[in-house]
Write a protein that binds this ligand. Structure first.
Ligand code: MTE
Ligand code: MO
Length: 318
């Protein structure tokens, strides 16, 4: 048997080997930080808010593709082609600039219209059962990836703080630290990066806070130590390096709405029929592939999320 030098083993191979092992061993506890057990049976125990079971058709544990057969994007591409304007507007430069970003100690302050405001440490947040979610990520710039995230449903965290009845939206904020983040020394944008969700979108089971990818802790360039992932929306809704989450009554003004109001709206659901003012959204370039593929309504998650937008004009509410 040929021995592969460890320098040639990629994170994908390690990840797949580990998952093969876990399937064979029937073990859930192989990883200290991350368990790759299926996410499907998890439901929120919140007495006040019904849980969605949107993750019902996600790929089973052991899959090397998303549920539509799309291959996982390589670890190298996921970690070297990044949008993270706090570090650089050049995707290929982000990883190196974020290399020494301090992600510990880290806290996330959760407050606003809640009964039990609370500051969570990363230890607190890693105590939520960590699940694997293989999701497509569709950037508004018309490229896409398939990413094996680890994380937990945002609904679980929200249940703990008990949103009040007048809370209608959730607002997420990235760290403000121009010393560490060179992009924040640029006065063109209004920092910190902010975005938001309607409360029912935030409570949807597909919406997660990610703490890792490919079975490893989140790299800084992908939003370490914790970032939002909302797979049916354009990637810019996935706020990185979150320090603050507020339940609010009014629709938050996002970083992109403030920067270019004629180009970016609040909902930002992936929609092949609604063009960006400067380009079509009908197709996309899957990173690592040669030909373009058609963009799917709600990024292919329509069965799970379309009901959230019943009666809304999806052209108007971009
Ligand atoms: N704080 C912050 N979060 C951010 C961004 C950003 O510039 N700053 N870029 C967004 C955009 S446009 C995309 S497509 C995704 C990219 O995530 P990835 O680099 O992990 O693929 O992050 C989103 N989250
Ligand atoms: Mo994006």
């Amino acid at each position: 048997m040929e021995k592969i030098p460890s320098s040639e083993i990629t994170p994908e191979q390690l990840y797949l080997n580990r998952r093969q092992f876990m399937i064979v061993a029937g073990s859930v506890a192989a990883g200290a930080l991350l368990s790759a057990c299926g996410a499907r049976s998890e439901t929120s125990a919140s007495p006040t808010m019904p849980a969605n079971s949107g993750a019902g058709s996600l790929p089973k544990s052991g899959s090397t593709t998303d549920e539509l057969g799309g291959k996982l994007t390589s670890f190298d591409d996921i970690t070297h082609y990044n949008n993270y304007y706090e570090f650089s507007v050049n995707k290929e430069d982000v990883a190196a600039l974020a290399l020494n970003f301090r992600t510990s100690p880290w806290t996330v302050q959760v407050g606003g219209l809640v009964n039990k405001p609370r500051t969570f440490t990363m230890d607190d947040l890693l105590r939520f059962t960590q699940e694997e979610r293989i999701y497509r990520l569709r950037c508004v710039e018309a490229w896409s990836m398939v990413i094996p995230w680890t994380g937990f449903p945002l609904s679980k965290l929200l249940a703990q703080v008990e949103p009040q009845s007048n809370a209608k939206y959730v607002r997420f904020e990235t760290l403000l630290d121009p010393k560490q983040m060179p992009g924040q020394r640029d006065g063109y944008f209004k920092w910190p990066y902010v975005d938001g969700l309607r409360l029912d979108e935030a409570m949807h089971d597909l919406t997660i806070l990610a703490t890792g990818l490919y079975g490893k802790p989140l790299p800084p360039q992908d939003g370490a130590p914790i970032r939002l992932v909302v797979p049916w929306k354009y990637g810019f809704k996935g706020v990185k390096s979150i320090v603050k989450i507020d339940l609010v009554e009014q629709m938050p003004v996002s970083f992109w709405m403030a920067s270019a109001p004629s180009e970016y709206g609040f909902y930002a659901n992936v929609n092949p029929e609604v063009s960006h003012p400067r380009w079509s959204q009908a197709s996309e370039r899957r990173i690592g592939e040669f030909s373009r593929r058609k963009t799917l309504m709600f990024n292919g998650y329509g069965d799970q999320v379309a009901s959230l937008y019943q009666g809304m004009d999806l052209r108007k509410f971009f």
